[in-house]
Design a protein around this ligand. Structure first.
Ligand SMILES: Cc1cc2nc3c(=O)[nH]c(=O)nc-3n(C[C@H](O)[C@H](O)[C@H](O)COP(=O)(O)OP(=O)(O)OC[C@H]3O[C@@H](n4cnc5c(N)ncnc54)[C@H](O)[C@@H]3O)c2cc1C
Length: 465
């Protein structure tokens, strides 16, 4: 497999985006559609291998974002843009709505301030709820709920097809993706930059650091210094079987603290029920382990919120790392070096804000007045509960993963094309293969046959990453 997708051109670009997480993908799309020749440099064998591989997948309205912040503006714009483009890119939307719920007297006392903040943030359709009103909307809720408010605009999306769709549209309109291209150093010369990468040298007029959990390190490698420090914040999750999804139509949010949005209970776009995430600081930027005691505490919290959850099975567990820093704000700056923009510290709202961040950075770079004519709009295959699945359409070639109903045609499609999967984890993100009840027990052998010689990082057996 050619890891330097579409790249005969080890040459010169208008824009080099470092990092193919959801933010880098959205940046690549926005600059490409603005007419720039873009290269995306990703150190991993596949895209979405950092913070973007494990999150709660909530499309936030920004109701609780810091007032007047860049983060709020980017969430608001990103939210609107997602609604704008999702039909053309074939991206799903599960219109769940959220409820912020108070379980203690202290939390209840905090509700009016949160409602006021939502209104100030432009989220004007929030609706206060008494405990009985909350339970009338969500009958499986524990009677211990005291009060809350509804945020009808909070929704659920597929965290991976969104980012894949942004990147695929960039590639379809001329951008270049280089994988296994870790940026090692930068050198300014004339009007541009020369970036030394593990896949060779790349030149660009504008360099954008979207390196997520390595944002501070990439600043140091390219500009010689770093102005913030990444403090990875782990979030562990428990994923319940699909039968549990009927217990909660809304996204059930706690009253947030200064550090975290807290433990959420919500459906997923794939039809499961999720409890998590935790917020645990750690030094390790690569590994997000799960711990039995923490998972048990999450299950305990889940059953306190939805007592009937106790009768449901857990399908999977996972953890993700937020690229948090010593401050809450996004770390976006244009003044560190000429032709260099840092888009770092996109902590816990990056999935919702990505399209807004990209639009903001395009404006910062002064590229907002140009647009290519008639851009190509590739369509993403639907693997969510929002719409028809491939197994429901003729000619799919048979079902390979019976738990998640993944077809042979879907797997073949994910192994080919400009954004072909580079690893089993990448194949899972594109198709959900092995992600159901049996966690690959039944389909891994067939999958190993189908992927032989086609993944940059070969399958080594049933994987649970
Ligand atoms: C537990 C958890 C729950 C969350 N829930 C939500 C939610 O519900 N809604 C929401 O909107 N957001 C949520 N988020 C936040 C969201 O996932 C992040 O904000 C987002 O993924 C950050 O994306 P990024 O592109 O900035 O970083 P990343 O995804 O980390 O991407 C950076 C990329 O850069 C690459 N890279 C690093 N160094 C180099 C180098 N030297 N050269 C080349 N490439 C390099 C990495 O391999 C990586 O692929 C959550 C996050 C977590 C962890």
């Amino acid at each position: 497999m050619n890891l330097v997708d579409q790249a005969d051109q080890a040459a010169s670009f208008d824009v080099a985006v470092i990092g193919a997480g959801v933010v880098g993908a959205a940046l690549a799309r926005a600059f490409t559609l603005a007419g720039a020749k873009v290269v995306v440099l990703e150190k991993a064998v596949d895209v979405l291998d950092g913070a973007s591989k494990g999150n709660s997948a909530i499309l936030h309205t920004g109701f609780d974002a810091p007032e007047g912040s860049v983060e709020l503006a980017c969430i608001r714009e990103g939210y609107a843009l997602y609604h704008d483009i999702r039909d053309r890119l074939g991206l799903p939307l599960v219109r769940a709505g959220a409820m912020v719920l108070a379980w203690t007297e202290e939390e209840e006392a905090g509700l009016p301030a949160l409602v006021a903040q939502a209104l100030a943030n432009g989220v004007t359709d929030v609706q206060p709820l008494t405990g009985p009103e909350a339970r009338a909307l969500e009958p499986a809720l524990s009677p211990a709920v005291r009060a809350g408010f509804r945020v009808p605009g909070e929704h659920l999306i597929d965290p991976w097809s969104a980012a894949h769709g942004y990147l695929l549209q960039a590639l379809a309109n001329g951008a270049v993706l280089m994988r296994q291209a870790e940026v090692l150093a930068g050198r300014r010369s004339g009007d541009g930059w020369h970036l030394a990468t593990t896949a060779g040298e790349v030149s660009a007029s504008l360099v954008i650091n979207a390196a997520g959990l390595w944002g501070d390190e990439v600043d140091r490698r390219v500009t010689g210094e770093s102005w913030f420090t990444i403090r990875p914040r782990k979030g562990q999750f428990v994923v319940y079987d699909k039968t549990a999804a009927a217990l909660a139509g809304h996204i059930l949010l706690p009253v947030p603290t200064k550090i975290t949005k807290g433990i959420v209970v919500c459906r997923t776009a794939f039809g499961n029920l999720l409890v998590g995430p935790t917020a645990e600081e750690q030094d390790d930027r690569e590994h997000a382990t799960v711990e039995r005691a923490t998972l048990q505490a999450l299950m305990q919290r889940g059953t306190e919120i939805l007592p009937a959850l106790a009768g449901h099975e857990v399908t999977a567990v996972y953890a993700g790392l937020r690229p948090a820093t010593e401050a809450k704000e996004y770390r976006i700056r244009t003044d560190l070096a000429p032709g260099y923009i840092c888009v770092g510290g996109i902590r816990s709202t990056g999935l919702s804000a990505a399209l807004g961040i990209a639009a903001h950075v395009v404006r910062l770079a002064g590229r907002h007045d140009t647009a290519i004519a008639d851009p190509v709009w590739p369509r993403m295959p639907n693997i969510s509960v929002d719409g028809t699945r491939d197994w429901q359409c003729p000619g799919h070639g048979g079902i390979v993963c019976h738990c998640e109903l993944v077809t042979r045609r879907e797997i073949e499609a994910a192994l080919t094309g400009p954004l072909a999967a580079g690893s089993l984890a990448g194949l899972k993100r594109r198709t959900r293969v092995t992600m159901g009840r049996c966690q690959g027990f039944y389909c891994s052998a067939e999958l190993a046959r189908m992927t032989e010689g086609r993944l940059a990082q070969p399958m080594v057996g049933p994987s649970h990453d």
